[in-house]
Design a protein around this ligand. Structure first.
Ligand code: BGC
Length: 305
């Protein structure tokens, strides 16, 4: 009989990541935003070994390239001006609420080095903003909508624990399954972002007729009136750079008896090309740090994982 494979090594955890988590656990140490080519470009990230991610580790040969995607440099409303162009006369007020733009991090104060915000977790092998609009934190929100898996009305169990299902979307940008989250608009409350993104991405509310849309909105409002936060902080997102990174607030909304969202007709829309109920379990692979958020949700509900 073949020997059992060795258990995976424990996930590394930075002090900053540990401190920032509301629900225990640790933030991943720049795994998805390190090595290889930067998403959607031909720019190679400077190779950073695990033990050189932390800024405190001496790394004199570190010489990352600077890259900001043309779509960001074009100056859409969601993007900051370029530093090399005198910030367009409006240098960002880092670590502050800068007008409507929230430049504060969930991880505490981040450093500003040579006038630029510095990734609080560590090196990523690339400078600039890449695909991200903001220097410093780029804020998102993720709604984790769940129900129990039922077969013929009976909750299905595995290893004595009920199986949780969550609403997953297939992202258009990279075809990965993900939680239907999105960016917090300038000046927008996170509670609104959660509701809006779920409506836009999972329910394709944009294409519903007036009456259907109103009915669905009422159902979402009811469900979204009681959420529980499972994660708040830095996200190991493939778009992160040394100067710009993703942060999120992940909140779970549970339909205990499956009579609210459990019945909703899913349809792909907006940024999503697919949407469905998916069983939650430890082997699931999701975009960025979404598996971690799902694990926290399964723990909270005492569900199978
Ligand atoms: C996504 C969120 C995700 C965040 C960080 C956003 O673009 O919509 O679901 O958590 O990026 O990866």
């Amino acid at each position: 009989m073949a020997a059992a494979p060795p258990p995976p090594p424990p996930r590394s955890c930075s002090a900053a990541g540990r401190d920032a988590l509301a629900a225990g656990g640790c933030a991943p140490l720049n795994v998805k935003c390190r090595g290889g080519l930067y998403s959607g470009s031909t720019v190679k990230r400077f190779p950073v070994p695990d033990d050189h991610v932390a800024w405190g580790a001496a790394f004199p040969e570190y010489a990352p390239k600077e890259y900001t995607a043309p779509a960001v440099l074009a100056g859409p409303v969601w993007a900051d001006p370029q530093h090399t162009e005198g910030w367009g006369g409006r240098p960002p007020k880092f670590n502050e609420l800068d007008g409507k733009i929230d430049r504060r991090s969930h991880m505490g104060r981040y450093k500003v080095v040579d006038g630029l915000s510095r990734n609080p977790i560590g090196r990523t092998g690339i400078k600039g903003r890449g695909l991200l609009g903001r220097w410093g934190p780029n804020h998102a929100a993720d709604p984790i909508v769940t129900r129990w898996k039922r077969v013929g009305g009976v909750v299905e169990k595995k290893d004595g624990k009920p199986i949780l299902q969550f609403v997953a979307i297939k992202r258009k940008d990279n075809n990965e399954w993900a939680i239907p989250g999105g960016m917090v608009d300038a000046g927008e409350k996170v509670s609104l972002t959660l509701r809006r993104e779920f409506g836009e991405e999972a329910l394709n509310s944009l294409q519903l007729s007036g009456a259907d849309r109103k009915h669905l909105q009422e159902q979402i409002n009811k469900l979204f009136s009681a959420g529980e936060m499972v994660y708040k902080g830095y996200v190991d997102d493939p778009r992160n750079t040394d100067n710009a990174w993703m942060e999120t607030v992940a909140v779970t909304f549970h339909d205990e008896n499956g009579e609210n969202v459990g019945r909703l007709p899913f349809q792909a829309g907006d940024d999503a090309v697919g949407v469905k109920w998916v069983d939650a379990h430890s082997a699931i692979k999701l975009y960025a740090s979404h598996t971690l958020f799902l694990q926290k949700t399964a723990e909270l509900r005492h569900a199978h994982w």
